[in-house]
Ligand binder design. Structure first.
Ligand code: NAD
Length: 233
């Protein structure tokens, strides 16, 4: 077993072959919606029902798709390699369903909902919790409205201390399916590079930060990632 410390950062591209559209499909629209209308605290304040229904639709869709060979290859590698940290920008649960139970979700998760009052999160994926009407929490004496447990634009990503510590200490930093537009995730390659790590990119097309990587593989993650991971066996 290799002793190299590996950090993997995945983005929307790794779930594309499972049938979840990426963020930048159609010039920065997410499922036909402008980012400003569905993925900011301002949107939630201005029209919470519209934002709620958008995420409820994403939560229902998530249950209809399956992990693809890229998710599975990463889960297989993680099972054999105790020095692997998997960070995802994705809010779906496909890494977990492929068998990767310690995924760090820096942008939150669709499967959990967050109480607006206490900030407590809870898995809420029962059929009656996927409806278009607002839900309330199970934690407050007077039940409060819950919000999607998603890091919106303008909000602080989660687990950043843990993420920087892992990236600063890694030997190999691998990014899969990310356009390099969303910070701070897009800047982690520079942190890894400064720390002396080998930086590898697997993406359908060259993203804006492609030059920051020492090795670039262009293609569909489900098709090429399993072969690329063989070198870490
Ligand atoms: P992005 O949509 O900005 O970029 C996706 C990248 O993946 C693109 O560069 C594209 O060329 C590439 N890609 C598309 N299909 C691919 C494939 N089959 N194999 C490999 N690469 C492929 O995604 P991002 O950089 O992750 O940033 C988007 C933000 O949107 C994230 O913060 C994420 O939270 C959110 N988002 C998540 C999901 C999800 O959870 N599945 C879906 C859409 C958006």
């Amino acid at each position: 077993m290799s002793k190299k410390r590996i950090v993997v950062l995945t983005g929307a591209g790794i779930s594309a072959e499972s049938g979840i559209r990426t963020f930048r499909d159609g010039d920065g629209l997410w499922e036909e919606h402008r980012i400003e209308d569905v993925a900011t605290p301002q949107a939630w304040q201005a029209d919470p029902m519209f934002v709620w229904r958008f995420y409820q639709a994403r939560r229902r869709q998530m249950l209809e798709v399956e992990p693809n060979p890229a998710h599975k290859a990463l889960a297989d590698l993680a099972a054999r390699h105790d020095e692997l940290t998997l960070i995802t920008q994705n809010v779906d649960d496909l890494h977990e369903r492929a068998g990767n139970t310690s995924t760090i979700h820096m942008h939150g998760q669709l499967k959990t909902l967050r109480c607006e009052e206490s900030g407590r999160t809870e898995i809420r994926l029962e059929e009656h919790e996927l409806i278009d009407e607002f839900l309330t929490c199970n934690c407050c004496a007077v039940a409060q409205r819950v919000r999607p447990d998603i890091v919106w634009f303008g909000e602080m990503p989660m687990y950043m201390e843990e993420i920087y510590a892992a990236v600063e200490a890694c030997d190999i930093f691998l990014v899969v399916g990310s356009s390099g537009h969303v910070y701070p995730a897009a800047g982690l390659v520079n942190v890894a590079h400064s720390a002396g790590a080998k930086t590898i990119l697997v993406n359908l097309e060259a993203p804006i930060n492609a030059d920051a990587f020492t090795e670039v593989h262009l293609g569909k993650a489900g098709e090429i990632l399993p072969g690329i991971l063989e070198q870490f066996r």
